[in-house]
Design a protein around this ligand. Structure first.
Ligand SMILES: Cc1ncc(COP(=O)(O)O)c(C=O)c1O
Length: 657
C-alpha cells in the first residue's frame, strides 16, 4: 500500500488569536475541498518557532508569513522577533524548495511588497479578505505544480492508451517476449511496464530528448527550478557523457583545461575527444590510507594565475570519499581570469536539498554542474543531469555536442526516473536527507563501538597540506579503518559478501568506504553493525596489510592528448626478454591512457613522455600477485605492451611548448 502524502503549511503570525482563526479557517477549507496532497495548516507565533518547525518537520511544504512581523521588528529593533523579510530570507536559505506566501494588509505600502518581491516570494494574500478557500486553492495548486511530473505522467498516459505499436523498439511493448518459452521468464522478471514504457521518438506526444519542446522540456525546466540552475538537461548516458558534452562545448582544440589528475576517467577521455590542452594538477595524497584527495587550494590558485588564458577549470566535489572543496574562492579566482568552472558533482547531486550539504556548486558560482542523479537518488543507472548557469552559455553549440553523444533511442524509463527523482527531492528530499544524516551518525557510533573498526573523520582523512583549505566532509560517505580486524581488505569484503550479504562501495588496502543514500534504511545499518561486531569479536590478530604502491609522478606532456591518441603508433613491451624493464620505452610518447584498477587514476595519458619511474611502476604491477586491472595495456600475445608514437609520428606532430 502506498502511503498518502502529508503537506504541512506553516502559518506564522505573532497575534495568537489571529493565527488561530487563520489556521482554523484554512483547515476547514482543506477539509471541505479536494485535498489529494494531504494539506494541513499549523500555526506558530514567532519567527524562531517557524524556523525550528521548518528544520524539524520535513513535511512542511509551504509557509504563510504575516508581514506584521516586519512592523514589529521595525518598532522594536533588536527585539527577539524577526522581520517578515528576514524570516523569508532565512527560510529561502535553509530550504529553498519551500513555497513562501505573505499576508499583507490592503493598504500595504508598496515598499514592503517591493522588498519581499526581491526575495522571490511565491504569492500574497490580503489578510482582511479572510478568503480561506481561495488561499487554500492557490497553495494546493502550487504544491501540486511542484509535485507534477510532466514526462512520467505523459508516459503513463501513453501506456494506458494501449496504442498498437508499428514502430521501434522491436519487442513491441514486450509482445516478442511475453509468450516465448525461451525468454518469457525475462519478461516476467523485469515486469510488464519495463517493456510497455520502453518507447521511442516515433511517439511525438513523448517529446524528443534531442530537441525538447514538450513534456521533456517541461520536466527539465522544473528540474532547473528545483536545482537552482538557469537551464537543466537530462543526460541518459551518465555523467561520463555529461563531462564530455560540456568540454566539447567550452573548449576548442588546443585550448587549455585545468583539471585534477585524479578526475574521473571520463574527464580524461573528454580531453582526448575535445582536443583540449590539459593542465594537470596533482591531488593531495593521504599515504596512511592510500586515499587520493582534492587538490590543494594553493595549487589550484597558482594554476589559475599561471594559465590566465585557460578556458575552463574542472573540479570534482565532493570526491568519491566525500571531500568537498571550499568552492567560492576558487570559482571567484577562476572567474576573475575569465575561466569557466565546471564541477563534477557525480556524487553530490542531492546537496541542494539539505543545508548540511550546501553550498552546491551552482550556489558557489559554478558555470556547469554534472550530477549522476542515479548514484545517490531515485533514478535509474545512467540517468544524470547537466545544470548550466554559464551567463554566456552557447546553447546551439551545447545542443550540437549533446546530440553528438546522445543515442537517438534514449531509454524513456530513465528520463521518467529523472523527472520522478526531481519530484521526490523537491517534496521529501529534506526529510529523507535528514534521516540519512541521522543514520550516518548512528552508523559512525556503532562502527566505533566495535572497538576494532573505526570511522576515519575529516581531520584524519585530510592530508596535512589540505588542513587549512576549508575542505568539508559529506557525512553520508563513511570511510572505515579496517586495519585492526585481522582480515585483509579483500578477505573482509568477501566475508561481508558471502556470510553477511553485504556489498560495500569501495576500498583501499586498509579502508572500506560505505555509501549512505536516501535509500539506506535502519535495518541495513543494523545488519552492517551486527556483521562488523561479529567480525570484531572473532578477535583475530592483526595482519600485515600490503599497501598499493604510490603513483609515480605525472610525466611532462609533449603532445596534445588527442594528437597522440589518434596516431597509429607501435606497441613496445614493458618488460624485456630477461623480465627486466624495457629501457627502450623510456622517453617515448605514450598514445593511450594507462589506468590501474584499483585506484582508477591514470599513470599515463596520451601525449605524455614515459619515464623510467613509470615503467618500473607498471612492471611492478604486472609482476604483482595481486589482481590489478591495467586498462590501456595492449597485449602482443602474452607480452604486455604500451602503445607509443613512432619516431616519425613524433616528428610530424607539433610539440607543446
Ligand atoms: C567523479 C566522477 N565523475 C563522473 C563519474 C561518471 O558518472 P556516471 O557513472 O554517471 O557516468 C563517476 C563515476 O563513478 C565519478 O566518480
Amino acid at each position: 500500500m502506498l502511503g498518502k502524502p502529508i503537506s504541512r503549511v506553516l502559518v506564522i503570525d505573532d497575534e495568537l488569536l489571529v493565527m488561530r482563526e487563520l489556521v482554523k479557517g484554512l483547515n476547514a477549507a482543506a477539509r471541505s475541498l479536494d485535498n489529494p496532497l494531504g494539506i494541513v495548516f499549523a500555526g506558530v507565533t514567532s519567527a524562531a518557532e517557524a524556523l525550528a518547525a521548518i528544520e524539524e518537520d520535513g513535511e512542511v511544504q509551504a509557509a504563510v508569513v504575516d508581514d506584521k512581523l516586519y512592523a514589529v521588528s521595525a518598532k522594536h529593533s533588536g527585539a527577539a522577533q524577526m522581520s517578515a523579510l528576514e524570516l523569508v530570507r532565512r527560510i529561502r536559505r535553509f530550504r529553498p524548495e519551500i513555497d513562501v506566501y505573505i499576508l499583507i494588509a490592503k493598504e500595504q505600502e508598496d515598499e514592503i511588497v517591493d522588498a519581499l518581491f526581491a526575495e522571490s516570494v511565491d504569492g500574497y494574500f490580503y489578510r482582511e479578505e479572510r478568503d480561506y478557500r481561495g488561499i487554500y486553492r492557490i497553495i494546493n495548486a502550487q504544491i501540486q505544480e511542484k509535485a507534477h511530473t510532466p514526462f512520467y505522467d505523459q508516459l503513463k498516459n501513453y501506456v494506458w492508451m494501449a496504442k498498437d505499436s508499428w514502430h521501434t523498439p522491436g519487442h513491441s511493448s514486450g509482445e516478442s517476449l511475453r509468450a516465448s518459452p525461451w525468454i518469457g521468464d525475462f519478461y516476467e522478471f523485469m515486469g510488464e511496464h519495463i517493456f510497455d514504457a520502453d518507447l521511442s521518438v516515433s511517439v511525438p506526444m513523448l517529446d524528443s530528448l534531442m530537441e525538447p519542446r514538450g513534456v521533456i522540456a517541461e520536466a527539465q525546466t522544473m528540474a532547473a527550478k528545483a536545482y537552482g540552475s538557469r537551464r537543466t538537461f537530462f543526460a541518459t548516458n551518465g555523467t561520463s557523457t555529461a563531462n564530455k558534452v560540456i568540454f566539447q562545448t567550452l573548449l576548442a582544440p588546443g585550448e587549455k583545461l585545468i583539471l585534477d589528475r585524479n578526475c574521473h576517467k571520463s574527464v580524461h577521455h573528454g580531453v582526448v575527444l575535445s582536443g583540449a590542452h590539459p593542465v594537470y594538477l596533482d591531488a593531495a595524497v593521504n599515504r596512511k590510507y592510500g586515499l587520493y584527495g582534492p587538490v590543494p587550494k594553493a595549487r589550484i590558485l597558482e594554476a589559475i594565475r599561471v594559465h590566465p588564458g585557460a578556458q575552463a577549470l574542472i573540479l570534482t566535489s565532493c570526491t568519491y570519499d566525500g571531500l568537498r572543496y571550499d568552492l567560492p574562492p576558487l570559482i571567484e579566482a577562476a572567474h576573475q581570469q575569465g575561466i569557466k568552472v565546471i564541477v563534477d558533482e557525480a556524487w553530490f547531486g542531492f546537496a541542494r536539498f539539505h543545508p548540511e550539504f550546501r553550498p552546491t556548486a551552482l550556489e558557489a558560482g559554478a558555470d556547469y554542474a554534472a550530477q549522476s542523479t542515479h548514484k545517490t537518488m531515485s533514478a535509474f543507472s545512467q540517468a544524470s543531469m547537466i545544470h548550466v548557469n554559464d551567463p554566456t552559455f552557447n546553447e546551439h553549440i551545447f545542443r550540437e555536442n549533446f546530440n553528438m553523444y546522445a543515442s537517438t533511442s534514449p531509454q524513456y524509463a530513465m528520463i521518467a526516473s529523472l523527472d520522478v527523482a526531481r519530484k521526490q527531492m523537491m517534496m521529501e528530499g529534506y526529510k529523507l536527507l535528514s534521516r540519512t544524516l541521522a543514520l550516518a551518525r548512528e552508523l559512525r557510533e556503532q562502527i566505533n563501538s566495535t572497538g576494532v573498526f573505526r570511522v576515519i573523520e575529516l581531520e584524519e582523512l585530510l592530508p596535512e597540506e589540505l588542513s587549512a583549505d576549508g575542505i568539508r566532509l559529506d557525512p553520508t560517505k563513511v570511510t572505515v579503518d579496517i586495519s585492526r580486524c585481522g582480515y585483509t581488505v579483500e578477505d573482509l569484503q568477501r566475508e561481508l559478501f558471502t556470510r553477511y550479504n553485504i556489498q560495500v562501495e569501495k576500498s583501499t588496502f586498509n579502508t572500506l568506504t560505505l555509501l549512505l543514500t536516501i535509500g539506506t534504511t535502519r535495518s541495513k545499518v543494523s545488519r552492517l553493525y551486527d556483521a562488523l561486531m561479529r567480525i570484531a569479536r572473532e578477535g583475530r590478530s592483526q595482519q600485515r596489510l600490503y599497501r598499493f604502491p604510490e603513483l609515480p609522478e605525472f610525466a611532462p606532456l609533449r603532445m596534445l592528448p588527442r594528437d597522440a591518441y589518434y596516431c597509429g603508433g607501435e606497441a613496445l613491451p614493458v618488460l624485456d626478454e630477461r623480465d627486466q624493464i624495457n629501457a627502450a620505452l623510456a622517453e617515448r610518447v605514450c598514445a593511450d591512457q594507462i589506468v590501474p584498477y584499483p585506484q582508477g587514476i591514470p599513470v599515463l595519458v596520451p601525449g605524455q613522455s614515459i619515464t623510467v619511474e613509470i615503467i618500473e611502476y607498471l612492471a611492478g604491477l604486472l609482476r604483482s600477485q595481486k589482481r590489478v586491472e591495467l586498462h590501456g595495456i595492449v597485449y602482443d600475445g602474452y607480452l604486455p605492451c604500451v602503445r607509443v608514437l613512432t619516431p616519425a609520428e613524433e616528428r610530424s606532430l607539433r610539440g607543446l611548448a
